[in-house]
Design a protein around this ligand. Structure first.
Ligand code: HEC
Length: 121
């Protein structure tokens, strides 16, 4: 089968990235988004999360309950209640350092961060 060089390039591009298809289409057509990573909303909790709790809870370092794992968080909330969980963060728990890397956080801030992580994402 005969293929032009341009068509071969386009097929190669499509194999690697959906974006490759955009390069084949006519100028002016809508491009697919370059990335599926969503920009977090500009509010305090996700920012604070990203610079503290997220370091461990995003991937579950050393047995940390994972962000968005609603079941894991529900079990801990049921066992200790929000006050108990906030106390664990304030005092530290095993591999989690006191304050959870947010020493400027108040108990209310820690509770908001816990709710944020406990919500299914
Ligand atoms: C250095 C890693 C690390 C950071 C940073 C961290 N955590 Fe943790 N966290 C852990 C680990 C590990 C556990 C599991 C501890 C265990 O049960 O042995 C945990 C458990 C918890 C628990 C459950 C405690 C309990 O009593 O069951 C809560 C709540 C929590 N983290 C909240 C937070 C919050 C809020 C932040 C950010 C302010 C945070 N963590 C930052 C590692 C971390």
């Amino acid at each position: 089968m005969y293929m032009t060089a341009r068509r071969v390039r386009c097929i190669n591009g499509a194999l690697f990235l959906l974006v490759g298809l955009a390069a084949c289409s006519d100028a002016g057509s809508e491009r697919p988004p370059l990335s599926v990573v969503e920009t977090p909303p500009v509010v305090e909790v996700p920012t604070q999360y990203a610079s503290s709790c997220g370091a461990c809870h995003s991937v579950g370092v050393a047995g940390a309950p994972k962000t968005g794992d609603a079941n894991a968080w529900a079990a801990r909330l049921e066992a200790k209640g929000m006050d108990g969980l906030v106390a664990s963060v304030r005092n530290g728990l095993n591999a989690m350092p006191p304050g959870g890397l947010c020493n400027s956080c108040s108990d209310e801030d820690h509770a908001s961060l816990i709710e944020y992580m406990a919500a299914a994402q």
